[in-house]
Design a protein around this ligand. Structure first.
Ligand code: ZN
Ligand code: ZN
Length: 152
């Protein structure tokens, strides 16, 4: 069974050569985040004792919605990647394991884990976002014309 994004790294593992990967990897939605375009991956892969060393960058465009006002928010992630993958290990530092199984590097799963773990826990359209008015449901900064709530 093979799928897009799986790379046979046997040549690297066997001969100690360096492999340069330049790929566009489509990513599945994660929670309330989606990825409107494939992530750009530029990684060099080297053999090290017991596994692989990956170094390079991942760039991803991300779409989500503001936690306060639900407006669409788009931003981009740029990740500098330095990872060591141990071959045959179940759960590595990336958690899910099986990113590297035998000589098959699951690049899609690796990039998905890297990007997902870099996503913000709270996403705001901007730091000052006032959210939605509980009385009229419109955005507090502009659309809402309700009187300000009484201070407690
Ligand atoms: Zn907002
Ligand atoms: Zn209002």
């Amino acid at each position: 069974m093979s799928s897009v994004g799986k790379i046979d790294v046997g040549v690297v593992l066997g001969a100690g050569r360096e492999l340069d990967l330049h790929q566009a990897i489509p990513l599945p939605d994660f929670g309330c985040f989606s990825f409107p375009s494939p992530a750009g991956v530029a990684l060099s892969v080297r053999r090290v004792a017991g596994g692989l060393e990956l170094e390079g960058t991942v760039d991803a465009a991300v779409a989500g919605s503001c936690d306060r006002c639900l407006d669409d928010v788009r931003f981009s992630l740029h990740l500098d990647v330095t990872e060591n993958l141990e071959s045959g290990e179940e759960a590595g530092p990336l958690g899910d394991g099986n990113v590297l199984a035998d000589d098959q590097l699951d690049l899609t799963d690796l990039v998905r884990q890297l990007v997902d773990s870099a996503l913000p826990i709270v996403l705001l359209c901007n730091e000052e976002c006032q959210g939605l008015c509980p009385a009229c449901g419109k955005k507090r900064d502009g659309a809402c014309a309700c009187p300000p709530p009484d201070p407690e």
